[in-house]
Design a protein around this ligand. Sequence first.
Ligand code: TYD
Length: 335
Amino acid sequence: MRTYVVTGGAGFIGSNNLENLKDVENRDNYTFIRADVCDAAAINKIFQENDVQRVVHFAAESHVDRSIKNPTVFVETNVLGTLVMLNAAKAAWELPDGTFKPDHKFLHVSTDEVYGSLSNPNDYFYETTKYDPHSPYSASKASSDFMVKAFMDTYKFPANITNCSNNYGPYQFPEKLIPLTINNALHGRALPIYGDGKNIRDWLYVEDHAKGIDMVQEKGRLFETYNIGGHNERQNIQIVKTIIRTLQELLPDDDPRKANVSEDLITYVTDRKGHDRRYAIAPDKIKKEVGWYPETCFEDGIRKTVKWYLEHQEWMEHCISGDYQKYYEDMYKNR
Ligand code: TYD
């Protein structure tokens, strides 16, 4: 049996709050540790008290709009936090001769946004694509990727990097397009579309992503980067219209929220500053070397997602109580 440390384990992909972990909390092979990835003492202690064999490093600030308002926390969590994790793992795993304990590995979870924006419709992001980050968020993730690369190049530190496309699915926090649209539509609130709504993202079902990460750790070549993408490009406006249609289908006729859900809610608002036009991954390398491919087609994935949110209204209400209202007003008031 191996011991894994999963940072950001309570977050969307790693599991935004502890409720996400309800399903596993009673298992005796799992422990939740609340610690800040920037807190070197707390992180080192975890490595001292456990024979950690695998690190899956999800913990990160992930929302582009928040990074435009406050870049500092992105550098703290994403760059410094990654360095703290790398230092701790290196200290625990390095042998006296400078090599590392066998079968101990670090997987750094990153984003395709480090590659910038695609302008030619036939282009895709490959592992060899030059880094060209534009937002404070993507710049911070690019910096963290380079720090992992530096550890691999300098110390032969045993790691992999994965760069994924946009995730969607259960437990995603409603600051992101898909859960925000579902939540606003159910409340009959405006559905804010930035710019012309034709920006393209390549949507990946979160469970497919989690599987890809696991497969890279099992079958990937050490020191390699693998792009994980859904091969599923959609314009934002298409996403929003699909959600509206799916909600109309899934909500029973006697549900009072059904009357709220309409395309009339679609509202074009001021574009995001520096808004990247298109992201798209060709997941050829991970398919060829690791055998992974995106299994969930978008129609099934979005249906499962909308259904999950309808069945977890309490979770959503919990997310949008407290700080979220303030966030939403601040973010959308001048748009
Ligand atoms: P988002 O979910 O924030 O992911 P990312 O910026 O990392 O790709 O946004 C996905 C797309 O949806 C992006 O092009 C911005 C757009 N968007 C809107 O049009 N309205 C919104 O309210 C949000 C949150 C995003």
